[in-house]
Design a protein. Structure first.
Ligand code: NDP
Length: 626
């Protein structure tokens, strides 16, 4: 059995305590089993399937209002953390004339829609919830539940007085740059006609719920809904569980990702029978949620949150960090191999580059062996425990952390259905078929995640049309092309809030905050320098493409060996195009921050071109063409 980090250089099972060769083969076999011949095409959008069975917004009625016709300095699309941070940084920069549009009935974005019971953020609340110091708020626990996060979104809205800037239950159809007026013409589903000097696109990544595209989806006669539109009228209870209406119901849930494992716990406690249809098990590490330590809070000096958030990101990236994340699952699982590599390098033991690969892989094996041992320790039935063991490297799929999930499989009313070979086959009017067997159900819940297709594809109903009538979907048809991921040439005064060509979101809100600060800087500097319009130059964009290429990481080799999922485009890999990892900046988040901050400090706005808009006498009232 391994005695110290040095042993991770070995190939030998007797030294390591596991058989690396055998594990490599097992991972490959499990991957082969899971490859789906339709790749991403195995899914269908929820809005074509379930929307008729419930209101567009199950949480808040949509109230009628008159269409709005007005000019605005900045129009922000999205009222989640990206939009809220953008608004907050505009306020800080003294820009008050902005509107935030969202299809939801309040701020919150993801946390508005995802209200399923026991929903929680897996990233430490002290780094995930933004603007804690500005809002004077301290999370109650180290991992916050969804209602607390949603309420924090509202708090940011109140603190920065942004409710007066908000247009809720409003969906943008499209935005078209109008050269005559130097504005974005924006039309909405409420009949609004808005003319925005600047357009900030903070419309999130995982927004459109998806369902398995299996036969019989429309045949099921029981009740069904997606986790992001939880039907408490049907289940009873609330975000804490107590789903009392399910006491006499046979409930099925498809999906055992981060959402699935959180909401199955209250479902197991409340349902008469719960059938969990599992294709790939998640890795489920220790959660260890605790109340916030008041003594620790007293030690925090001003500026602590940004520093901590960047320290946390650095740790995940494999940098040295202050060791004050006791029991954090991300640090324990993801930063572990980098910690081993650092320790061995210090001892001068990693001179051969091949050794780094072997040590990293062995460290990953070791961590996943711990995850698998935990399953056996908690789940009493050995056959069920075997099915719950994940056979892939830690970052092949989104790691999960939970202290009650595995234990539900010891309950007599919980049935794990193995759908590893191809997933669920079809739905009938009575239930779900897997491996030729029908599981009869009263209610079926889809915890099947969200589309990861590009947000600006024409079929997403949001077309952004830039200079010379060029649609963004056309410009980005083959691959993305931006400057810092924030702007793109030919789309003046248009900003993307950390959507693409940005670094890996180890903590998304920190990326969103940097984007918000950057965008507010460019907008206010443009104004301060007497210009109205700012566009990215071809050169500016080219420099960033070169930087993207020079820092490109060979994620392909890693992901090619991973079990399929949205991380690796369901196994359909390409290092160009739009797959999740192809669009990521490989220079790391901290490196990215250093780069964009240096650019701002330099103050030359290099790569951008400022223009003064000259209005034509006859263009007072531009026509909306959308
Ligand atoms: P995911 O896409 O992660 O998971 C979808 C699940 O559905 C997977 O288990 C998948 O299996 C399963 N599935 C899909 N099709 C079928 C099928 N035909 N038959 C059987 N099973 C099927 O969605 P989630 O909602 O769990 O997560 C969405 C996003 O939200 C993720 O990015 C996640 O990280 C994030 N999230 C974050 C949280 C946080 O803490 N911050 C909390 C909850 C979610 P398979 O794995 O085999 O494809």
């Amino acid at each position: 059995m391994r005695k110290n980090f040095k042993d991770l250089l070995s190939h030998d099972e007797a030294v390591l305590g596991f058989d690396p060769h055998g594990l490599r083969e097992r991972y490959a076999r499990e991957r082969e089993r899971r490859i789906h011949d339709k790749g991403m095409g195995q899914y269908v959008r929820m809005d074509r399937q379930l929307s008729e069975s419930g209101p567009a917004d199950p949480y808040m009625p949509v109230t009628p209002r008159d269409p709005i016709d007005r000019d605005v300095e900045v129009l922000i699309l999205g009222g989640g953390f990206g939009g809220l941070l953008s608004g907050a940084y505009l306020r800080k920069a003294g820009i008050d004339d902005f509107l935030i549009l969202d299809a939801a009935g309040d701020f919150g974005g993801t946390w508005y829609w995802n209200r399923y019971p026991n929903a929680q953020c897996d990233t430490e609340a002290y780094v995930y919830l933004p603007l804690l110091e500005e809002t004077g708020y301290m999370p109650t626990r180290n991992y916050a539940y969804a209602p607390e996060i949603f309420e924090h979104s509202r708090r940011i809205g109140r603190t920065f007085d942004m409710y007066r800037n908000a247009l809720f239950h409003t969906t943008i159809h499209g935005a078209r740059w109008d050269e005559e007026t130097g504005r974005w013409l924006v039309s909405t589903d409420r009949g609004d006609k808005l003319r925005a000097r600047n357009l900030v696109l903070a419309n999130g990544g995982l927004v459109r719920p998806k369902l398995p595209n299996v036969p019989g989806l429309a045949d099921f006669k029981g009740h069904m809904f997606h986790t992001s539109r939880w039907d408490y009228d049907y289940t009873g209870g609330d975000s804490q569980g107590n789903l009392q209406n399910l006491a006499d119901k046979r409930v099925g849930i498809i999906g055992t990702g981060a959402t699935g494992i959180q909401c199955t716990v209250p479902l197991a406690e409340s349902s008469k029978d719960l059938y969990i249809f599992q294709r790939t098990p998640s890795s489920v590490g220790v959660r260890g949620n605790k109340l916030t330590d008041a003594k620790w809070v007293e030690t925090l000096a001003p500026g602590w949150q940004r520093r901590r958030a960047e320290d946390f990101i650095g740790a995940i990236e494999g940098r040295e960090y202050q060791d004050d994340y006791p029991g954090d699952g991300w640090i324990d699982l993801v930063a572990y191999n980098a910690k081993v590599v650092r320790a061995l390098r210090k001892e001068g033991l990693l001179s051969d580059p091949n050794d780094v690969g072997r040590v990293t892989e062995n460290a990953d094996f070791e961590k996943m062996e711990q995850i698998r041992r935990r399953v056996s320790e908690i789940v009493k039935d050995p056959a069920t425990a075997e099915l719950l063991k994940p056979w892939y490297r830690p970052l092949c799929k989104r790691p999960c952390f939970h202290d009650e999930y595995l234990d539900i499989f010891n309950r007599p009313n919980v049935h794990l259905v193995d759908a590893a070979d191809g997933g669920i086959e079809r739905l009938t009017e009575n239930g779900v078929v897997v491996g030729g067997e029908l599981f009869e159900l009263d209610c079926l819940i889809f915890a099947t995640g969200f589309e990861t297709t590009p947000a600006f594809a024409p079929n997403n109903g949001l077309e952004i049309v830039g200079r010379a009538g060029m649609p963004l979907s056309e410009k980005w048809k083959d691959s993305f092309s931006t400057m810092f991921g924030y702007t793109t040439a030919g789309f003046p005064n248009c900003y993307f809030v950390a959507r693409t060509q940005a670094p890996m979101p180890q903590n998304l809100t920190t990326l969103l905050e940097e984007a918000a600060e950057h965008i507010a800087y460019v907008i206010s500097e443009t104004k301060a320098r007497g210009a109205d319009i700012v566009d990215t130059t071809e050169d500016g964009e080219k420099v960033w493409q070169e930087e993207m290429i020079s820092k490109r990481r060979d994620n392909l080799r890693f992901h090619a060996l991973c079990t399929p999922g949205y991380f690796n485009n369901e196994g359909e890999l390409s290092d160009t195009g739009h797959s999740l990892f192809a669009g990521l900046y490989g220079g790391g988040t901290i490196g990215f921050f250093e780069l964009v901050r240096a650019w701002r400090t330099e103050g030359k706005l290099e790569g951008l071109i400022l223009e003064k808009h000259v209005a034509k006498a006859d263009t007072l009232a531009p026509a909306h063409t959308e």
